[in-house]
Design a protein around this ligand. Sequence first.
Ligand code: ATP
Ligand code: PRP
Length: 233
Amino acid sequence: MCLPSQTESNTLITLALSKGRIFDETLPLIEAAGIRVLEDPNTSRKLILPTSRDDVQVVLVRASDVPTYVAQGGADLGVVGLDTLIEHQAETGGNDLYQPIDLRIAQCRLSVAVRADFDYDSAVQKGSRLRVATKYVHAAREFFAKKGVHVDLIKLYGSMELAPLTGLADAIVDLVSTGNTLKANHLVEVDHIVDISARLVVNPASLKLKRTALQPILSAIDQAVAPRLYTLS
Ligand code: ATP
Ligand code: PRP
């Protein structure tokens, strides 16, 4: 029988998750790897949560901090939306994260939306400058640059829908799922930028140094995603 080395047998794996939909939708996937989180983040104030496996812990971080934690070794693994990953990669300029699995959870799309009475097509065709409010400045800049549209970007951290209603911006770039938030605020989706889902990201050094411990977890999660793919297609 081949036993893991002393170092690998003592390995602790740290998984970074954000509270809310990412945490909730990741739970069934990690359960496939025998990982059950033992405390509820909605009732506990702890930021490090134990799991049913002594060698795995979960850390709770802001969604936008997940890539930084994993890239810089504060966590070995993390779950993050493609929207956040695009912004992180634009800021760091690269490939500091290994992305082996599209988890197909937290699915939505990044879109452009405007007030129902705003003539987006004319504004875009005329070459006039568009004021665009968004949390996703890199994705928005690239999208409008490809279309040849001049934009003034206004960085916001939330409630993007308010910007066109208050005159702060002509358009927003934000996530859309059911479309209910846009509808409730009398906005309409006018352009689709990219489909979004959550990705598993891995620290490249952890993958090398903790391979024996990590590989079965990655495989189990991959297997747990596969039947979902089959059901959805
Ligand atoms: P932060 O706290 O860092 O500002 P956040 O508030 O965007 O992050 P969440 O709202 O929990 O964090 O969203 C986490 C991820 O879930 C997003 O990055 C996106 O990939 C996905 N997501 C966001 N909104 C929706 C939605 N309405 N439907 C499905 N998935 C969504
Ligand atoms: C996200 C996004 C939109 C909304 C879209 O916000 O920023 O506002 O979901 O979803 P819908 O098309 O199904 O209405 P979220 O609910 O995550 O709240 P947040 O502003 O706290 O991120």
